[in-house]
Design a protein around this ligand. Structure first.
Ligand code: BV8
Ligand code: ZN
Length: 236
């Protein structure tokens, strides 16, 4: 059986930028007007829940009418057509990878269209606004966005590190590499001899850690890269 290199893809806000979803640290980024500690931390939620509910209601509303772009579709095509293992981990809370055709997405920072119960911990799909009166369908407990805030432990870390340990190719697409532990994945992959690719519009804090940098909009650079990978796999 021909062994095909296993691929690990990490995406950030930049993969959804061409779909019209604002990134965090770009001009007019999401965090402007809001201090991170106030809207994306458990302390902020305890201090002022309605501000946090409102911040995520605005995000949910803004994401609902957006469409996947060529980068989402390219990654989904790779997941469907590449004969080797492809793991997709996203830091994004939108559902554009799913709507772009990805069969499996690991949302390490949670998902905007889900809510989590403060009592039983149950997670359920949630498309509408959330507020202090929203109740868990199972136990009637209070609901919060199913989002990993700063200071909280990211989701699916066991699955993520298991895939990262055996990756031959690591790609970071549209992420500034500011937030840990995601920002540390490239170093982890490098130490396991994976070939590391960075897809970004500009240099980032971790660009020096990558073997190959694909500069430009992910819609184009990811499409070109997937074409090349599928062609190489087909010709093996
Ligand atoms: C944890 C959900 C413990 C919320 C998010 C000091 C040192 C090191 C670490 C820390 C520290 N102090 C605190 C920490 C830990 C902290 C952290 O890293 N803080 C940072 C600020 C220093 N991390 C945590 O708290 C995490 N938890 O550490 O728990 C632990 C750890 C391991 C094991 C056990 C326990 C939890 C962090 C999760 C926070 N939640 N999101 C929400 O979305 O509202 S983070 C949020 O911000 C996103 O999810 C994402 O992760 C991050 C934004 O980053 P990017 O996605 O990279 O977006 P950004 O705008 O920054 O960059 C976009 C890039 O795209 C740019 O480079 C741009 O050039 C590029 N781009 C734009 N357009 C395009 C493009 N590229 C290509 N094509 C384009 N068209
Ligand atoms: Zn409940």
């Amino acid at each position: 059986m021909k062994e095909f290199p296993s691929i690990f893809i990490l995406t950030g806000a930049g993969v959804s930028a061409e779909s019209g979803i604002a990134t965090f640290r770009g001009a007019g980024g999401l965090w402007e007007g809001h201090r991170v500690e106030d809207v994306a931390s458990p302390e902020g939620f305890r201090r002022n829940p309605s501000l946090v509910y409102r911040f995520y209601n605005e995000r949910r509303c803004g994401i609902r009418d957006k469409l996947p772009n060529d980068a989402h579709r390219g990654i989904a095509r790779l997941q469907r057509e590449y004969p080797g293992k492809v793991t997709l981990v996203t830091q994004n809370i939108d559902d554009l990878h799913e709507r772009g055709g990805s069969p499996e997405v690991l949302h390490m920072h949670g998902e905007i269209f889900k809510a989590r119960c403060g009592e039983c911990g149950g997670v359920s799909p949630w498309m509408e606004d959330l507020d202090g009166s929203s109740q868990c369908g199972d136990c009637g407990g209070p609901l919060r966005p199913h989002i990993v805030w700063f200071g909280e432990v990211p989701l699916e870390l066991d699955t993520i590190f298991e895939a990262l340990d055996s990756a031959d190719i690591f790609a970071a697409i549209g992420t500034s590499g500011n937030v840990y532990p995601a920002a540390g994945f490239v170093d982890h992959a490098r130490r396991r001899r994976a070939r590391c690719h960075e897809f970004n519009l500009e240099e980032t804090a971790s660009s020096a850690l990558f073997h190959e940098v694909h500069a430009g909009p992910a819609g184009r650079t990811v499409t070109d890269w997937v074409d090349k990978l599928l062609q190489e796999a087909g010709s093996r």
